[in-house]
Design a protein around this ligand. Structure first.
Ligand SMILES: Nc1nc2c(ncn2[C@@H]2O[C@H](COP(=O)(O)OP(=O)(O)OP(=O)(O)O)[C@@H](O)[C@H]2O)c(=O)[nH]1
Length: 303
């Protein structure tokens, strides 16, 4: 299994809780450390899409190229490499855009493990995509909120994005719903229009970057070797040349489940009547806790 350069860091920005068709992509970003060769200090972001069509690919491509491109091949899976300047620092991004195909829970888990930070995207015109956000946030949190996290924070950087706010007449998710969800999950939240605003897409990635900085992901001590799964190795990479220059949470399994709305709840008729797709059955694989080795007994105390 190929190993990455030890200084590489990853930020996976995943789109929307479309587990049935998710994920489409993920980006990775890296910041150059002073005195290192170009590209040596690197972290990664990922953005994806799928049949969900919430705009994950559009968001990624807008961020990289500044352009809004209407339609994409939903079967294409790609990791884009891209460099931006944030706060005067060179930041190298890798953006994985996955295809909108059906994936099993292990594949989803591999991609979540791959990232350091996540942008969970839903469309304000698609209630189902919104309803899936919590599921995805829970999975990310479960997989990354391990005692092994180097940042000491108990949750990975996640930003919740409500896309397509320009489609006001097709809205199915209010701004208030998005805000309430973000408060409940304690993650930053933005409503954006990838179509109308390049600046808003930059804000998403900048926020993730700042969250990573805040959690110490770029401190020298935080760089560690990671293995890359065969699944991730298979995804083709592409250098996206562009001129872009832009300037203590805790969520347990139970608390997450407590917050999941019941789609058949008569108190929430809107959710019950909207035909959401059956999500892929997910298996949560327990993260093994590494026990600390016992300190050796001093020889003068041994009988
Ligand atoms: N009006 C509007 N349309 C958007 C916006 N963002 C994306 N779209 C459109 O939504 C459709 C789906 O966009 P994609 O970027 O392919 O969405 P995705 O989430 O990657 O979709 P999948 O790959 O199928 O998962 C495309 O037709 C885009 O042009 C937006 O902010 N406003």
């Amino acid at each position: 299994m190929k190993r990455l350069d030890g200084s590489e860091r990853r930020v996976l920005s995943l789109a929307t809780g479309y587990f049935a068709s998710w994920p489409r992509g993920s980006p990775a970003a890296a910041r150059e450390e002073p005195g290192t060769a170009p590209g040596a200090g690197r972290s990664r972001l990922a953005a994806g899409g799928g049949a969900g069509a919430v705009g994950k690919t559009a968001l990624t491509v807008r961020f990289i190229t500044k352009r809004f491109i209407g339609d994409y091949d939903p079967t294409l899976e790609m990791i884009y490499r891209h460099t931006a300047v944030i706060d005067g620092e060179m930041v190298h991004f890798e953006i994985l855009d996955t295809a909108g195909q059906e994936e099993d829970s292990l594949q989803i888990e591999e991609k979540i493990k791959w990232g350091d930070g996540f942008a969970v995207v839903y469309s304000v015109t698609d209630r189902c995509s919104f309803d899936e956000v919590m599921r995805l946030c829970f999975l990310i949190n479960h997989i990354h909120a391990s005692p092994k996290r180097s940042s000491g924070s108990d949750q990975p950087p996640v930003v919740i994005i409500g896309n397509k706010k320009d489609l006001q007449f097709d809205r199915m998710v209010s701004s208030e719903d998005g805000e309430n969800l973000s408060k409940a999950l304690k993650y930053p939240f933005y409503e954006i229009s990838t179509r109308d605003s390049y600046e808003e897409t930059v804000m998403v990635f900048n926020t993730l970057y700042h969250e990573l900085m805040r959690q110490g992901h770029f401190s020298p001590g935080s760089f560690k070797r990671r293995t890359v799964s065969k699944l991730m190795e298979k995804i083709p990479r592409m250098h996206a040349n562009s001129t872009l220059n832009s300037g203590g949470r805790s969520l347990s399994f139970n608390s997450f489940r407590d917050y999941i709305p019941d789609v058949n709840d008569p108190q929430e008729p809107g959710r019950a009547t909207y035909p959401c797709r059956e999500p892929t059955r997910l298996t949560v694989h327990p993260i093994p806790v590494q026990k600390k080795p016992k300190p050796p007994v001093p020889s003068n105390l041994v009988d």
